[in-house]
Design a protein around this ligand. Structure first.
Ligand code: ADP
Ligand code: MG
Length: 886
């Protein structure tokens, strides 16, 4: 930011400086007439972000003032672009109206009426209909500037301003990544010392945390209760986070607090732990390419409303861990699956249901539009319709009966809105005509006066035309002059002498006159119109109050959303090969005929997806999966993880049959990609993620890992894969699928009792490879890398040369009896013999090297290594019986 002082500024500029100083972290949209103008650095930033013209206006301190602007009418589209690019915008409006005909002394008063930030949006233009938009606040986690200890709990509070959702949690710092991944908040307010990892770019400017006492008082005041105890027990950190969230929201809405649900504390224990890396590898809500088409969500979404889609996404992001709750959801959609007529009826009703929650959100911050009131009206009606369809079904399971109880409420409000709102509604209240005739007597009166006068004026045109003998005479409304009589210039000469006519304006072709009669009618119309507008606003305001006072609306909106999710699951299950999984308290794991719904949907027409079984019973809970590239390993791993997520979210699973012992944490490392943005190599990412699994997974977890150790030299990689597999098998003792291209690991089956060997079926046919995509018992016989290379279009001479080389290498290998000391698990890998290379490295002090010296040393070591014979590493102990240890 250029250092500027307001010295020597014009009065309007001085105002700009004051408002900018109050909102230094935001771009200032400064209202001037029909434009929002931006100045100085804000203008430079916005012009480039929005690709609009940058101009200059006047000078300040001898420098031209950079400026750009957007029309007020088009502002939402520009705001959306700025918000998406991570900017915040402070909107400064003129808070007094210019008075016509009176020159103002000094600039009009202006104030920031709103701070637009990514996590506090309410407008449909700025929001995705099917996604929640959360502000997340984190508090606690140790004193400033120092890393949190594990024992120091974090408080979390999250708010969706657009729907009023307000939840909190108390968690230990190592639960933070999973929470961040699950909520995927648009904006995060967190202590500077807290590492937000991949979510750093969502950080909001830091704010000071209040004391616990202040926090509790502020929260109680915000909800109009004497004490927060009324809503349950909140930890200190939770209270602080919640109070900060409320404060932040209030600040962004210029002091006005939107309607928020009472804060609900979430028991993190009841949710399947899925960390961000696992989420990313599974394409749950967003695909790795950033799109939403090839996601699990898209594959299962059959909701009929935006609110339903949001809830489906929420449940998919937070699967449960209590079999009873899972079973309750299954029972709800299971009932609808059996009743096709009821299901179709519900779909029809839900399709008509507008987004009540978001309409309520806007109405509660004073940004409600006429269509938001209509949304409430139609929503209540649709809910009633859904309710009667549902109750027609009879014999409802508990969850459906609970939801059904909320669907018939708020009938009085619906009737009131039906009577009050005009048949066709304008986009904005100011356009007039929102309230139906006959609803409010006073409004009708003002309108009648206004319209009668208009009719009188219309009648006058014929009258005047006859009186002044000008057939082309017109009575027109003119923006500045009001109603005028307009005649062609040729005719105007004749009217010059008429005393009752006052010439107001002459143009090249027309002359415009007024009469006393016209002027007084004009005044009556203006006054009546103004009064009608005022009255209409008041009636609108009263309706908004009535809507906000209807306590049954938020639960009704929630009930509709839940019903839509149940309907969606039922429709999905009824329409294809989806099953109701049995979710149990033990550690069983059996999937029969399981598919990957996203890969299946993406297969070209005519190709069939091959279903596979997956069994990980306690006595064989670790599966080692080998097979060539492209054989379907990664797909199999992912579909297994997805089956767990679907099952525990209470949704149908893409399988013939499924029986799963509840999983507490899911870890999936499939297809690691380079994290170039953070300057880490594939291998480093892979090892960081592997470390996370080994440190966090427990006996109830499910771990699926793909090709660990691929990103480094073969021996290294094999050793690491081997160590990790052993640890998962014998120390973590969780259910595991371990896909690898290190066929050597298959020998571990002799020493790891719970390991089972599986491989992807392939067939060779006339020298070509055919992938069967079938998971079979056993291990892969060869790698088929050369075949896959041919398939991928590597030029024939190269492939042929590689095939010849492979033959030779294989022959050479077979002459070495036992190439690798695979079964010395006590010491894992042997230490390489002492050699000069090692000595040279150990003698080096990396900290004292200049970059240039380091590079030279590296080259030298490399040359030396090349000269050395590969060290034979045989002779380090044969297999030891005691391998089942870490
Ligand atoms: P790998 O991990 O073994 O290299 P992938 O799982 O990436 O193999 O699968 C490669 C491709 O094979 C997939 O993109 C998909 O088109 C196809 N495929 C995988 N599994 C199946 C299956 N069970 N049925 C049909 N096609 C499959
Ligand atoms: Mg793969």
């Amino acid at each position: 930011m250029t250092r500027l002082s307001s010295e020597g500024a014009t009065p309007a500029m001085a105002q700009w400086f004051t408002l900018k100083a109050e909102n230094p972290e935001a771009l200032l949209f400064f209202r001037m007439g029909d434009f929002y103008e931006l100045f100085f650095d804000d203008a430079v930033t916005a012009a480039s972000a929005l690709d609009i013209a940058l101009t200059a206006r006047g000078t300040h301190g001898g420098e031209p003032i950079a400026m750009c602007g957007v029309p007020v009418a088009a502002a939402p589209a520009y705001l959306a672009r700025l918000i998406r690019r991570g900017f915040r915008v402070a909107v400064a409006e003129q808070t007094e109206a210019p008075v016509k005909g009176r020159p103002s002394k000094g600039p009009l008063a202006r104030a920031v009426v709103r701070l637009v930030t990514p996590g506090t949006l309410t407008e449909d233009e700025l929001l995705e209909p099917g996604r929640s938009n959360l502000l997340l606040v984190l508090a606690g986690g140790g004193a400033r500037g120092r890393k949190a200890k594990e024992s120091e709990k974090l408080g979390a509070a999250w708010i969706d301003v657009s729907t009023g959702v307000f939840e909190t949690a108390s968690l230990s710092p190592n639960g933070l990544p999973a929470l961040l991944g699950r909520l995927d908040a648009a904006e995060i307010l967190a202590p500077a010392a807290l590492d937000l990892a991949d979510f750093t770019s969502r950080r909001a400017p830091d704010a000071a945390a209040p004391s616990v006492e202040t926090a509790r008082e502020r929260l109680a005041a915000a909800f109009g209760v004497a004490s927060m105890d009324a809503f349950g027990t909140f930890s200190d950190e939770e209270s602080i986070a919640a109070a900060m969230a409320v404060d932040y929201v209030r600040r962004t809405q210029a002091g006005r607090l939107p309607r928020l649900a009472r804060p609900v504390t979430q028991n993190e224990g009841g949710i399947l732990g899925i960390d961000p890396a696992t989420r990313a590898s599974l394409d749950l809500l967003r695909a790795r390419d950033g799109g939403t088409d090839h996601t699990l969500f898209a594959a299962i979404n059959r909701t009929a409303s935006a609110a339903g889609a949001r809830l489906l996404a929420e449940w998919l992001a937070a699967p449960l861990t209590q079999p009873a709750r899972i079973a309750a959801r299954q029972a709800a959609w299971g009932c609808l699956r059996e009743q096709a007529v009821c299901r179709e009826g519900l779909r029809a009703a839900l399709k008509k249901a507008p987004d009540i929650a978001r309409a309520l959100g806007r109405l509660s911050v004073g940004r409600g539009l006429p269509r938001d009131l209509a949304a409430i009206r139609d929503g209540i009606l649709a809910a009633r319709e859904a309710g009667s369809v549902l109750h027609g079904a009879g014999g409802l399971p508990h969850e459906l009966a609970r939801v059904g109880a909320f669907l018939g409420v708020a009938g009085g409000l619906e009737k009131q809105l039906r009577q009050a709102l005009a048949e066709s509604l304008p986009a904005r209240l100011d356009d007039g005509g929102v309230i139906a005739p006959g609803y409010d007597a006073e409004l009708d009166e003002h309108r009648a006066l206004r319209d009668d006068s208009r009719r009188l004026i219309a009648a006058m045109q014929a009258d005047y035309a006859a009186r002044y003998g000008v057939t082309t005479l017109k009575i027109r409304h003119h923006a500045q002059l009001g109603y005028v009589m307009e005649v062609p210039v040729a005719a105007s000469a004749r009217l010059k002498d008429r005393a009752e006519l006052v010439l107001r304006q002459g143009t090249a072709s027309n002359a415009r006159f007024v009469t006393e009669e016209l002027a007084s009618l004009n005044t009556r119309i203006t006054e009546a119109a103004e009064q009608a507008t005022r009255r209409e606003r008041a009636v609108f305001g009263a309706l908004v109050e009535a809507v906000l006072a209807e306590a049954d609306l938020p639960p009704l909106a929630q009930a509709l959303a839940e019903l839509d999710v149940f309907q969606s699951c039922a429709t999905l299950a009824a329409g294809g090969a989806w099953c109701t999984p049995k979710v149990t308290e033990d550690t069983e794991f059996a999937l029969e005929g399981c598919r990957h719904p996203v890969v299946e949907a993406a297969l070209p027409a005519g190709t069939r997806f091959t279903p596979n079984d997956c069994r990980l019973p306690p006595e064989q809970r670790v599966m080692l999966l080998t097979g060539p590239n492209m054989a379907g390993k990664s797909t199999f791993l992912r579909q297994t993880a997805l089956a767990v997520i679907l099952a525990q979210a209470g949704f149908p699973v893409a399988a013939e049959r499924a029986c799963l012992g509840v999983v507490d944490q899911l870890f999936s490392r499939v297809g690691a990609s380079d994290d170039l943005a953070r300057g880490r190599s594939t291998f480093m990412v892979e090892m960081t993620e592997t470390a996370a699994i080994l440190n966090q997974a427990g006996p109830r977890s499910l771990v699926v890992v793909d090709e660990i150790g691929r990103g480094t030299a073969t021996l290294d990689g094999l050793a690491i894969a081997w160590g990790v597999l052993e640890a998962l098998h014998s120390t973590v003792r969780c259910r595991t699928i371990f896909a690898t291209h290190f066929h050597e690991l298959a020998r571990l089956v002799d020493t790891l009792p719970r390991l089972s060997l599986h491989t992807m079926g392939v067939r060779e046919w006339r020298g070509q490879i055919v992938f069967l995509h079938e998971v079979l018992a056993g291990t892969a016989k060869k790698s088929w890398g050369v075949h896959v290379a041919r398939l991928a279009g590597v030029p024939v001479p190269v492939v042929e040369r590689a095939a010849r080389l492979l033959k030779e290498l294989e022959r050479a290998e077979n002459t070495i009896p036992e190439p690798l000391p695979l079964f010395d698990t006590q010491k894992t890998l042997p230490h390489p013999p002492e050699n000069t290379l090692r000595k040279r490295i150990m003698d080096t002090d990396p900290d004292s090297l200049t970059p240039r010296a380091a590079l030279e040393l590296l080259y030298e070591l490399r040359r030396e290594a090349e000269r050395m014979q590969p060290q034979a590493m045989a002779g380090h102990g044969q297999s030891s019986p005691e391998t089942d240890s870490f």
